[in-house]
Design a protein around this ligand. Structure first.
Ligand code: ADP
Ligand code: MG
Length: 574
């Protein structure tokens, strides 16, 4: 009878969902359509959370944030051709950030390959540049093994993105249940330790440092190395500097954090330990004039190919940051050592921090309207719950916001990252809110966006409202990219002809009411122009744990950063 047959047979969609579940995948983001709808339904039936988004790019950003936040990859499920191509931005971003991610793409039917099938595209090849692993199972029976390999590859060694291609004809094809063997859940990544001799050398280089510095990167955050690094910092009394997403591994208000003297610390340190931070543009390649020409780097990384990039390190510690930190601590347990707090180096750093903080406070206290960035962020910082997750993107919005808004917990900051990607914010915020709902109910997600950055994925506000995620979205609105103009100047420009001929490319429509986007879908929207309005709307938004809100904060269109010793992060966009 047909019902018997249905009991004995299983569809490709179910095999994929079951294989993902067996690998302990808990979250799937995507947009359904031919041929992947059944996969989403099957996944949901097996208890995987499915989040339907409005653009594959945002879905892919969301899935990758799950990987960073939980250490287990999220899945991005997309349709063939354009769907997969939209997801490439998210794959590239995840891979550049060294975050685990699984992308599952439907693709055209095998029997129509090379014939100009619906949405046909060489997907496995296309994904190769954006991933560590890209493959199509050779048969239905091979699906579980390929999914296991993708999940394992995404978290072993340097984490990254992996792609699994599923031809349309696989999705609804039925095979005998008994012909499918599910591969057991892959083991957690093996923990590697550095050579003992190298650890000894590293400890001795550090002991002999005159002006030491620890740099804490997002690799340390991903590795959950907070406990060991805190012990090292406090036991040896070392100054530390977090990278943008390394913020929170140790709290920003820790007495040894020299974030407010960043340029000074980098420029004059003679020994620098890098805990999961690459010497790329974010760290000015480790080169002069931002660093001493003979600075000794002690590089801790899980990826051997990273060691020695741009600078010849004094010591390389190849291994897991958490394990290597413990190895270093053993050395200092054997022969205790403390860097003197009354050193000239600490004094220099402390003085620089004081003067930098005073300069920011001075800007923040300016009463003129429209507000400047510093005023906005000081008022936001005053009300931010200490355990909230801060998502941030934009040019000045992100750069200035990072210096004023504090992080107190590891993996609580998500931003444009290594790739400087704009448009990540809403996807990241959605992922963070969904993970928080499961793991820490009540934890808030605050998403601080420039007006330009917001535009890239603005329609995800509908997703936020549909799932009723109580995200607080702040749009810091200067009417433009980098800088904008006010309505009067805008009207003036239009007098001279069509806007495509007369308006500067950085311009966005002045006084745009982005808060109406939130109102349109049932959330709360605020248009604010004064510190008082900002305080009040933020207070209301944070008090309401049941609804998302968007606060559209009008600032001086020509506002910029305070004068810098160096133009840092000049390569960040928007
Ligand atoms: P940031 O942007 O904060 O400077 P990067 O993304 O440049 O950080 O660097 C993160 C580094 O951390 C990468 O080189 C990656 O290989 C490394 N990494 C990731 N996980 C671990 C781990 N568990 N142990 C050691 N290194 C790790
Ligand atoms: Mg702007």
């Amino acid at each position: 009878a047909p019902s018997d047959r249905r009991d004995r047979e299983v569809s490709g969609a179910t095999i994929i969902a079951q294989a993902l579940k067996t690998q302990d995948v808990k979250y799937m983001f995507g947009i359904v359509g031919i041929p992947v709808t059944e996969i989403a339904i099957a996944a949901q039936q097996l208890g995987i959370r499915y989040v339907g988004m409005r653009n594959e790019q945002a879905a892919c950003y969301a899935a990758s944030a799950v990987g960073y936040l939980t250490g287990r990859p999220g899945v991005c499920l997309v349709v063939s051709g354009p769907g997969l191509i939209h997801a490439l931005g998210g794959m590239a971003n995840a891979n550049m950030n060294c975050w685990p991610l699984i992308v599952i793409g439907g693709s055209s039917e095998r029997s129509q390959e090379t014939m100009g099938a619906f949405q046909e595209f060489p997907q496995v090849e296309a994904c190769r540049l954006y991933s560590k692993f890209s493959a199509r199972p050779s048969s239905m029976e091979a699906i579980p093994a390929v999914i296991e390999k993708a999940v394992r590859s995404s978290i072993y060694g340097r984490p990254g993105a992996c792609y699994v291609d599923i031809p349309a004809d696989f999705v609804n094809l039925q095979v005998d249940v008994n012909s499918v063997k599910y591969v057991e859940c892959c083991m957690p990544p093996p923990v590697s330790m550095a050579e003992t001799s190298a650890v000894r050398v590293a400890a001795s280089v550090l002991r002999n440092a005159k002006q030491p510095l620890l740099i804490i990167g997002k690799g340390a955050a991903y590795a959950h190395a907070e406990e060991g690094i805190r012990t090292l910092v406090e036991q040896c009394q070392l100054p530390f500097l977090p990278t943008p997403m390394g913020k929170g591994v140790l709290p920003d208000n820790h007495p040894n954090c020299v974030g407010a003297a960043r340029s000074r610390a980098l420029q004059f340190a003679d020994v620098i330990v890098l805990f999961g931070a690459r010497l790329n543009w974010i760290l000015h390649f480790g080169l002069p004039p931002r660093f001493q020409p003979d600075v000794k780097f002690i590089q801790v990384d899980i990826c051997a190919e990273e060691l020695g990039n741009n600078v010849r390190p004094a010591v390389t510690l190849l291994g897991d940051i958490n394990a290597v930190t413990k190895q270093l601590l053993e050395q200092f347990d054997k022969t205790p050592w403390q860097y003197p707090l009354e050193s000239k180096w600490w004094k220099t750093l402390r003085e620089k921090m004081k003067s930098n903080e005073a300069a920011s406070k001075e800007l923040a206290s300016q009463k003129s309207l429209p507000m400047n960035y510093y005023t906005v962020f000081y008022h936001v910082q005053e009300q931010l719950p200490k355990d909230c997750i801060v998502v941030s993107e934009g040019a000045n919005t992100m750069d200035i916001g990072r210096t004023v808004m504090q992080n107190y917990l590891p993996r609580h900051r998500l931003d444009a990252g290594t790739f400087g990607t704009m448009g990540v914010g809403l996807g990241f915020a959605i992922a963070a809110a969904i993970v928080a709902k499961d793991r820490n109910p009540g934890k808030r997600v605050i998403c601080v966006e420039g007006d330009s950055a917001f535009g890239f994925s603005g329609m995800e506000v509908e997703t936020i409202c549909r799932y009723n995620l109580p995200i607080v979205l702040l749009v810091v609105n200067n009417n433009g990219i980098y800088q904008g103009f006010d309505s009067a100047a805008w009207k003036e420009m239009l007098k001279f002809g069509d806007a495509t001929a007369t308006s500067p490319p950085m311009c966005l429509l002045p006084n745009s009411h982005y808060e109406q986007v939130m109102i349109a879908f049932g959330g709360k929207g605020y248009f604010v122009q004064t510190p008082k309005e900002l305080q009040e709307s933020l207070r209301q938004s944070l008090a309401d744990t049941t609804k998302p809100s968007l606060i559209n904060i009008m600032i001086e269109p020509q506002a910029t950063r305070k004068v810098q010793d160096f133009h840092w992060l000049t390569r960040s966009n928007m």
